[in-house]
Ligand binder design. Structure first.
Ligand code: IPE
Ligand code: IPE
Ligand code: MG
Length: 249
């Protein structure tokens, strides 16, 4: 699969909704948290796949604002797993020149998770390869409200005039900062929805839903398959097919 990928037409930004951990675990007759644990290997493979190809931005939906409503035991299990995994993975991320980031309402995370996360972000901040962003206690609506508050503040203080609020200015306040909009969004687990993820950044993303695969089963070959499929699509951005530059083979 990897050989079929055109390296000059890679998605600049890939976003993933890593869904189906609980159902995968249930299928094995295990507790839901078992599925979350097994999802770590899939994360590692996805990161490695992006590093191998030279993808610049990967954003993973790790825990949504709405996920706080899950049973307390599951939420605690996920938070513990997060701390342990970041601690274990960061040396490899660093070796692979990966820059770690996080978006979301990070103040709502347990203190120990925040600390591990911040230490890892600091350690990798000068890396120049893949930017790996974890969406944690994140939702797209939350982010848009945060941007609105920041813009309102600037207008109030006189730093920004209302007529100067453009799409570019708005986007510059997003949590994803300098990352380009998402080109390819992958969701495992069979549901065809975006579940409050990156609402602004997904505006023109190609959506790739995997119906028969739970997140713990996701491997590099699936990432390469998704990228290959992305490259077969015609991205018209509102234009007609005839207006697009002809593809050189
Ligand atoms: C995704 O898997 C992981 C998180 C939301 C944290 P789920 O836990 O949602 O698994 P399903 O969708 O219930 O199978
Ligand atoms: C989306 O999965 C959030 C993450 C993968 C972290 P959910 O399992 O929470 O999504 P819904 O509730 O089924 O839409
Ligand atoms: Mg789910």
């Amino acid at each position: 699969m990897k050989e079929n990928i055109n390296l000059s037409n890679l998605p600049k930004h890939i976003a993933v909704i890593m869904d189906g951990n609980g159902r995968w675990a249930k299928k094995q007759g295990a507790m839901r948290i078992f599925g979350h644990h097994h999802g770590i290997k899939s994360v590692r493979e996805t990161v490695e796949g992006c590093v191998e190809l030279g993808v610049k931005y990967l954003t993973l939906y790790t825990f949504s604002t709405e996920n706080w409503n899950r049973p307390k035991l599951e939420v605690e299990g996920i938070m513990q797993l997060l701390i342990k995994t970041i601690g274990e993975e960061v040396p490899d991320l660093n070796k692979n020149n990966v820059r770690l980031k996080a978006i979301g309402d990070l103040d709502s995370l347990p203190k120990s998770a925040r600390k591990t996360l911040q230490d890892s972000i600091d350690l990798t901040k000068n890396n120049t390869g893949l930017t790996l962003t974890l969406a944690l206690s994140y939702s797209g609506k939350w982010e848009i409200v945060e941007v609105t508050k920041k813009i309102a503040q600037q207008v109030k203080s006189g730093a920004l005039a209302i007529e100067n609020i453009t799409e570019e200015v708005f986007a510059s306040f997003l949590a994803t900062e300098k990352a380009p909009d998402v080109d390819l969004m992958i969701r495992t687990g069979g549901d065809h929805r975006i579940s409050n993820y990156l609402l602004w950044q997904l505006a023109y993303a190609e959506l790739y839903f995997m119906d028969d695969l739970y997140w713990p089963e996701f491997r590099k070959q699936h990432l390469f398959g998704a990228i290959y499929e992305y490259q077969q699509r015609e991205r018209r951005f509102g234009k007609t097919s005839e207006q697009l530059p002809s593809v050189k083979v």
